[in-house]
Design a binder for this molecule. Structure first.
Ligand code: UT7
Length: 325
């Protein structure tokens, strides 16, 4: 059995409001609020990077677990905005934290589903052979976006969240995780430049493709609602529980309307669904672990609570986890 023994979360200090976006692109606070629920987001400082955000959340999670960096046996970093192309952010994080020469790897490209998928991988690794794992979800997405594209830029923010997992009883147990992918829907959310199909070069720079996030917003919306609600039902079926047994659902924070639609499909009250999208926007792989940390910190979850995490992201990926506090 996999237990969560420590939680951590970090957001940069700088707050950027919708009104500030309205000074940069043709948008309004009203449009952003009505379509997404987002009011503000955090923007990393110039001297911050994906690694420093991850490091801040990871240190908190390790401290919270009562362990030291020396106790970590394996590290996974879920991110679509890595510190550099190669090596992986997880290797750099191992060094930053002063961990031993333990295996590390990034789970990249899964968009916002990355952390919950990483949780699935981690629990399988721990079941295979007991070990202490650090799993981080981090995104410094605002530095990678096209700031002149109002249809995507206003949606995102920077953050990091982390958990320490282990085989011995801790604050919460990961009971079950379900995840899935529909690769035929890969085209609905892509940043296609930078790979071998279309490498970074003068042409991708001049055409602006190098940071162009292409998104079919309505299709992503529809898929997100269908896949997240199905994933929640599936994970509950697997553990023989119903939505009535759930104390709190922590969904990926992309859009308040998506969260509301999932909530209605699951027939669950507003008080049972955690929302922070108005404060932080969509922080990709960081939304779920950061929100989880916030819930723990704020006493929003307590012993005995069944908490469901769920996310979707580019791929098209989805996942849901059942966590028993
Ligand atoms: O983690 C995954 C990340 N992505 C998502 O989760 C995206 C999911 N989809 C969504 O959240 C919504 O589809 C959006 C918020 C992206 C868009 O909301 P929508 O209600 O689906 O709007 P729309 O795409 O139908 O666009 C409506 C209009 C368009 O203008 P026209 O063509 O109707 O004249 C857009 O050009 O709104 C325009 N628009 C904007 N207007 C003001 C797009 N972005 C903006 C903006 N400010 N920032």
């Amino acid at each position: 059995m996999t237990h969560i023994v420590g939680f951590g979360g970090y957001v940069p200090e700088r707050v950027m409001t919708n009104d500030e976006w309205a000074l940069l692109v043709d948008t309004t606070d009203e449009w952003i609020t009505q379509r997404t629920g987002i009011k503000r987001r955090r923007i990393a400082a110039p001297d911050e990077s994906t690694l420093t955000l991850a490091g801040n959340a990871a240190r908190m999670a390790i401290k919270d677990s009562g362990l030291t960096p020396d106790d970590i046996d394996e590290i996974i970093v879920a991110t679509d905005t890595p510190e550099m192309y190669t090596p992986d952010t997880a290797a750099l994080l191992q060094d930053l934290l002063g961990c031993r020469n333990v295996p590390t790897y990034d789970l990249g490209g899964s968009g916002c589903a990355g952390f919950v998928q990483a949780l699935d991988v981690a629990r399988a690794r721990i079941a295979f052979s007991p070990r202490t794992m650090l799993v981080v979800g981090v995104e410094l997405i605002t530095r990678m976006l096209d700031w002149s594209d109002r249809s995507t830029a206003v949606l995102f923010g920077d953050a990091a969240g982390a958990v320490v997992l282990g085989p011995d009883p801790g604050r919460a147990r990961v009971l079950e995780v379900v995840s899935g992918t529909d690769g035929s829907a890969a085209g609905i959310l892509t940043l296609a430049a930078g790979g071998t199909r279309n490498p970074f070069n003068r042409q991708t720079l001049e055409s602006g493709e190098y940071n162009r996030l292409v998104m079919d917003g309505r299709r992503v919306f529809t898929e997100a609602v269908a896949r997240m609600s199905q994933a929640v039902s599936d994970v509950l079926d697997r553990i023989g529980k119903t939505i009535d047994d759930v104390s709190l659902v922590i969904p990926h924070q992309a859009n308040l309307r998506i969260i509301d639609a999932v909530r209605k499909k699951l027939q669950v009250g507003e008080d049972k669904v955690f929302v922070n999208v108005h404060e932080y926007g969509n922080t990709g792989s960081a939304t779920v672990p950061f929100a989880l940390w916030q819930c723990v910190e704020a006493g929003r979850v307590s012993e005995g609570d069944l908490v469901i995490l769920t996310a979707f992201g580019a791929g098209f990926h989805w996942a849901a986890a059942a966590v028993q506090f």
